[in-house]
Design a protein around this ligand. Structure first.
Ligand SMILES: NC(=O)C1=CN([C@@H]2O[C@H](COP(=O)(O)OP(=O)(O)OC[C@H]3O[C@@H](n4cnc5c(N)ncnc54)[C@H](O)[C@@H]3O)[C@@H](O)[C@H]2O)C=CC1
Ligand SMILES: [Mg+2]
Ligand SMILES: [Zn+2]
Length: 276
């Protein structure tokens, strides 16, 4: 089965194709979704900051119009990326997730971080270039570890004050310079719940475009300590029995996959697959 969505660097000088428009309010949508005929969309008086050719959907070229602001377009509304992650066609979500990461990067790299001069868009690779000092900036990806810690029939789940009320999830955190994936995982678990872990195994990864994380998912076994919650970051953390779980994260998240996979193995149920 070939993927409906593939990324590519396309020259915005060429005409035609499809386009999506993204502003700080989200993606422009109508009843048919977020993809519009590009030449038509460019006549709608949008406040375009920059344009990038981002790939092919069902074989057709797709472009991103990154907008300065959300202007009113009759018959259309704005929808955030999270909404697309939660429901609807997954390939469309992947396209928009990629568009969001390119848009965020393009918006944040208009000026050189080294000498402050305006940067120009390179046509043949996804990079911004500073003519004055020759610096190249590529889209940023932030590796984050995410881990399900288990103790027999029990799983360690926590909630942050930012979560939807009632939902508990696996522990996660960004890698810092100087760390391996395992170093980061051990540090994050220590910081967030003061628990020690061992027998660490890599399970799988997921692109998480909120705004540019790359989630590396692990399973680890409890190796000691009592839960002490990190102030501010962790609102509650507990051991839950696999037969008595709280409300869990969104179906398409790797957090949910790590939990569902462990529960399935523990209970001898069919294993889930990670949407990717
Ligand atoms: N796909 C999934 O299933 C899940 C994804 N996540 C994602 O994992 C990531 C990390 O999770 P958190 O627990 O929030 O991280 P965390 O435990 O490292 O703490 C977040 C804090 O890290 C700092 N920070 C923000 N961006 C950073 C960066 N790029 N590098 C280093 N530090 C940074 C900020 O002070 C922020 O408040 C987030 O993007 C979150 O959305 C978290 C849980 C589930
Ligand atoms: Mg965290
Ligand atoms: Zn420069």
């Amino acid at each position: 089965m070939s993927a409906r969505w593939t990324t590519a660097v396309l020259d915005p000088q060429i005409a035609g194709g499809w386009a999506v428009a993204r502003s700080p309010a989200g993606f422009l949508v109508d009843d048919n979704g977020a993809l519009f005929p590009r030449d038509w969309l460019k006549r709608q008086g949008l406040d375009v900051l920059c344009e990038h050719g981002i790939g092919h959907f069902d074989g057709e070229p797709v472009f991103l119009l990154e907008l300065r602001s959300a202007t009113d377009v009759p018959g259309m509304t704005w929808r955030g990326l999270r909404q697309f992650m939660l429901e609807g066609d997954f390939e469309t979500y992947k396209l928009l997730g990629y568009a969001a990461q390119i848009g965020t990067w393009a918006r944040e790299h208009r000026f050189c971080g080294s000498c402050g001069q305006p940067m120009t868009q390179i046509r043949w690779e996804r990079a911004m270039h500073c003519l004055a000092c020759d610096l190249r900036s590529y889209p940023r990806i932030s590796p984050s570890m995410i881990v399900l810690v288990t103790r027999g029939d029990e799983v360690l789940l926590a909630r942050s004050p930012r979560f939807v009320s009632g939902v508990y999830s696996t522990l996660a955190g960004f890698a810092e310079p100087g760390e391996s994936a395992e170093d980061c995982l051990v540090r994050e678990v220590r910081e967030e719940v003061a628990v020690e872990v061992g027998n660490i195994h890599y399970v799988g990864s997921q692109c998480w475009p909120f705004p540019h994380s790359m989630m590396l998912g692990f399973h680890a076994e409890y190796a000691g300590g009592e839960i002490v919650m990190q102030p501010d970051e962790i609102e509650d953390a507990r051991w839950f029995n696999v037969h008595d779980l709280p409300p869990l994260p969104a179906n398409r998240s790797i957090a949910r996959y790590l939990i569902d996979l462990y529960v399935a193995r523990r209970l001898g149920l069919p294993e889930p697959t990670l949407p990717n």
